[in-house]
Write a protein that binds this ligand. Sequence first.
Ligand code: PAF
Length: 282
Amino acid sequence: MNTARPVVLTTIASTRSALADREGVVLVPTMGALHAGHVALVERAKQLGSPVVVSIFVNPLQFGASEDLDRYPRTLDADLDLLAGLGVDFVFAPTVDEMYPTGPSQTHVTAGGVGSLYEGRSRPGHFDGVLTVVAKLLGIVRPRHILFGQKDAQQVFLVRRMVTDLNFDVAVHTVETVREDSGLALSSRNRFLDAKEKRAALGLSRALDAAASSADQGIDAVVAAAQSALMGESLVKLDYLKVVDPDTFLPVDDHFRGPALAIIAASVGSTRLIDNETIYVS
Ligand code: PAF
């Protein structure tokens, strides 16, 4: 088995020259601290074409002043070990100065109305930061395909809309959320959970399962079932639990029928977690 590590590129110029004249580039953007969810993205990326580029960049623009930018895990060596043997050709791992040489860019992408709901409401400016760095990565790597995990459903929705609105010539792909056997969605932030918090964090997937099981009883019942699944979880501080139309990402009303997305965010201890599940409202 080939266990060679990918070639690591740290500058925009070297990335451009390594990828010059390569067609069909596939990009997996990440902030590192890689786990099995990222491996699933890379495996799908390999099916789409080559070369496969994984970007590893903790993007300061998408963290608010009171958020966990400083404590966000940075594990480049372990990430490269994990990617060795997966057939990733390049890792683009720039510094903050390389990406933002004059500080936060004057020009940035705004995520619009949906960008200020749910995650965006609790994390003002978050999605502007995400879309701006994704737009920069598209300009640097110039991929034919780009992949995101479904766990960040609102992010995927907004990236798709940006790609349409700004006419980026790239195909956006989504890969299913990878979960532990317990149901906990994999996240780079799970490593901050102690054993008790990890047990409590299962409340999120339990709430989504309860929502799915009540989906034939109307939206109010769905929300009530999900909320009651969290009852007694004193370590879980629910931020939002909503059922949205996947086509608009706006909340559905009681007349809605068809596949909808139940989305949830909560703090468990000092760690913010999100999750979502498709439910079939009948
Ligand atoms: O999902 C993430 O890890 C980040 O939001 C992304 C897309 C890499 C942009 O920084």
